[in-house]
Design a protein around this ligand. Structure first.
Ligand SMILES: Cc1cc2nc3c(=O)[nH]c(=O)nc-3n(C[C@H](O)[C@H](O)[C@H](O)COP(=O)(O)OP(=O)(O)OC[C@H]3O[C@@H](n4cnc5c(N)ncnc54)[C@H](O)[C@@H]3O)c2cc1C
Length: 387
């Protein structure tokens, strides 16, 4: 079904490509070298309305589906940029849109759509519990009209470039719930009010130029009205948003993969060694061809996931498999591209090493490959639960 819509989608591709042309490789290279944040790019994407693609029209967005949103992020990466700098704004608003009250949606979504507010951050991961999310130790305790938050998070991205953050915290102790997935809640934290008044942010230097942080909560007070949805159901709300997030990340990986294949094939045609283009050697051609095949295959699963999601059907399995296939394909394309470039693959001016680092992240975050395999084994293949 989505095949028939590719013509319609080409307007989105062209629009994003046109904007990205104003942010060429030199821009991203400079940002990477400076360990900076692409403020101008994020502002341009916001002003052009691309980041509010999925916010309903009634709240000032374009009311588009996951398929269209995925194209936007794919194209940014395909043009050599890094959509990791913007994707939070796309998928964090889902959590608010799907689970927030009418008052919360009216208060925040129009201002997110206009760019007045940024909702780029989501705080789930903790240092001592990692992937075992139901064991999180950050607590939110109700005191009158406030919740008081204590605990710690790690790897929380874009906090320094966001006004709001969605936070997962325990509201009922693990020992007091029947199922470990119960007793957690999600909150909207206004970072502008919280930082320095109970929330401390410590940046984590890392391999990618990705703004990510440790967060320390010490008696942070937030209004009780910032609870999203019902108390105790936060884990389910977070899980709901993950299918969209994984499908969007898959599309980003497809964009990366296509960038690597293009870069590799052009270089392989131009670079002459032993009196002929290196791309004339099958030893050089084959890994590029293989990367292309795997990206195209992953793309089919990505469209399948988008299609299910946009039709309101269960996209869990397809979203996980799309993310798995696309992250693997982009990483293999990155390897093929680097190998094709030989020594020049390591030179920053070719951008290959930067994109190589960027795409590697997606085998670990937002969900690691092993956890997807475990999901498929347990939920699709009915193998015994391993944890
Ligand atoms: C740059 C970056 C940005 C991030 N941004 C955010 C963010 O904005 N918000 C947020 O909440 N989190 C964020 N994360 C965290 C990310 O989601 C986690 O790093 C990821 O889910 C893996 O969790 P972990 O690092 O705790 O690994 P661990 O849970 O410690 O696992 C380590 C390794 O062991 C494997 N493993 C663990 N248990 C099992 C098992 N039972 N079976 C098989 N293998 C297993 C994992 O697959 C992984 O490879 C970010 C991480 C990075 C690196």
């Amino acid at each position: 079904m989505l095949d028939e819509r590719q013509e319609e989608f080409s307007a989105i591709r062209d629009g994003v490509r046109g904007l990205c042309a104003g942010f060429p490789a030199e821009y991203w290279r400079h940002i990477d070298e400076q360990k900076g944040f692409p403020q101008d790019f994020v502002r341009a994407m916001t002003e052009a309305g691309w980041l509010s693609a999925m916010i309903p029209e009634a709240y000032g967005g374009s009311g588009l589906g996951l398929a269209e949103a995925s194209i936007i992020l794919e194209e940014v990466n395909r043009c050599g940029g890094n959509s990791g700098t913007i994707h939070g704004q796309m998928y964090n608003m889902f959590t608010l849109l799907r689970n927030g009250s009418d008052e919360q949606k009216s208060a925040y979504l129009p201002r997110l759509a206009s760019g007045e507010l940024r909702l780029q951050s989501m705080g789930v991961t903790e240092p001592t519990t990692g992937t075992d999310t139901t064991k999180i130790k950050t607590t939110a305790v109700r005191r009158g009209d406030r919740y008081v938050i204590n605990g710690q998070k790690v790897w929380i991205s874009r906090v320094q470039h966001s006004d709001l953050m969605i936070l997962l915290a325990r509201t009922t102790p693990l020992e007091a719930v029947q199922r470990k997935s119960e007793g957690m809640s999600i909150f909207l934290v206004d970072l502008r009010e919280a930082i320095g008044k109970g929330l401390t942010v410590r940046p984590i230097p890392n391999m990618v130029n990705h703004e990510t942080n440790e967060l320390f909560f010490d008696e942070l007070e937030i209004p009780a009205s910032n609870l999203i949805g019902e108390e105790g159901k936060g884990f389910r709300y977070i899980l709901d948003g993950l299918n969209a997030e994984r499908t969007l990340i898959a599309a980003e990986c497809i964009g990366d993969g296509r960038w690597f294949v293009d870069k590799a094939r052009h270089y392989a045609r131009d670079r002459v060694v032993f009196g002929r283009p290196i791309g004339q050697n099958q030893g050089v051609q084959f890994p590029i061809a293989e990367a292309h095949i795997e990206i195209e295959a992953a793309d089919l699963m990505r469209w399948h996931a988008c299609d299910l999601y946009d039709r309101g059907e269960n996209a869990g399995a397809a979203a996980n498999m799309a993310k798995y296939l696309a992250a693997k394909a982009s990483w293999e394309a990155a390897n093929a591209c680097l190998q094709t470039h030989g020594g020049f693959g390591f030179a920053t001016e070719y951008d290959v090493e930067r994109k190589f680092r960027e795409t590697r992240l997606y085998q670990v975050a937002p969900i690691s490959t092993n956890l997807i395999l475990s999901y498929v084994a347990e939920h699709l293949l009915e193998l015994p639960r391993s944890f």
